[in-house]
Ligand binder design. Structure first.
Ligand code: ADP
Ligand code: 5GP
Length: 220
């Protein structure tokens, strides 16, 4: 289903508001897909595999105040910002959504996303629960997907064997995971990431719903 373009995402919405008009949107082809699930469940792994198969899908690059993990690249994995830089973007209204997670701030910058949707692209937002709820209010038509672990024990095992988070961060993530899992029924589709290939298959089905024509066009 095409996503209608909410005024809050319009790059020039302030100009329209100043002129006393409801900002206008002239796009219909873009699609927004929200991809949520507890930290360590395998969202990044699934998205990497999905994009290898379908390079035409875009994944939004978030901003965060978290420190880069080894191998993470500024501008590719995240925009790594100081808290002051992040809050300045909040004050300027530059995020579609933002939230605090495990002691750090994360947010989806509006500007690039607006251009991608305007160009008719399909864009995946890999974000936590509070952000997903904010997007649901702004984009009620966005497809909302939730990834579940086979068990909490397996989730803890995955976070630990990833070896990228300190013990405090692991505890915060596991605590938050239980709250997030409770919210899974709010989402359109729930995918259990037990066997990776099976989960990837379900993800493809949920996104394309039998029509891979967009995904199979060459990257624009
Ligand atoms: P997230 O992006 O949700 O935080 P990651 O993609 O970083 O999670 O995955 C966390 C860890 O779990 C990684 O070490 C990854 O290789 C592993 N993992 C992901 N999916 C599976 C799966 N289906 N079975 C076993 N391990 C997995
Ligand atoms: P991590 O630190 O493991 O990369 O991410 C921690 C959590 O933040 C994950 O659940 C991830 O989906 C979420 N996250 C990443 N980017 C954003 C964002 O832009 N907004 C929100 N709300 N959450 C995000």
């Amino acid at each position: 289903m095409p996503v209608s373009y909410p005024s809050s995402l319009h790059i020039n919405d302030q100009q329209a508001t100043d002129a006393g008009q409801e900002p206008q949107a002239n796009l219909s082809a873009g699609r927004l897909i929200v991809f949520t699930g507890p930290s360590g469940v395998g969202k990044g792994t699934l998205l990497k595999a999905l994009r290898q198969r379908y390079p035409n899908l875009d994944v939004s690059i978030s901003a965060t105040t978290r420190s880069p993990r080894s191998g993470e690249v500024h501008g590719k994995d995240y925009f790594f910002l100081s808290r002051d830089e992040f809050m300045a973007m909040v004050d300027r209204g530059e995020f579609l959504e933002w939230a605090e997670f495990a002691g750090n701030l994360y947010g989806t910058p509006k500007a690039t996303l607006a251009n991608q949707i305007a160009a008719g692209r399909w864009v995946i937002l890999e974000i936590e629960l509070e952000g997903a709820r904010q997007v649901r209010r702004t984009f009620p038509d966005a497809l909302q997907l939730f990834v579940l672990p086979p068990s909490l024990e397996e989730l803890e095992h995955r976070i630990r064997q990833r070896g990228q988070d300190d013990n405090q961060s692991i505890q915060q993530r596991l605590h938050r995971a239980q709250e997030e899992i409770q919210a899974a029924p709010e989402f359109d589709v729930q995918i259990i990431n037990d066997d990776l290939d099976e989960a990837l298959q379900k993800l493809e089905t949920a996104i394309f719903d039998g029509d891979r024509s967009y995904a199979l066009t060459s990257k624009r």
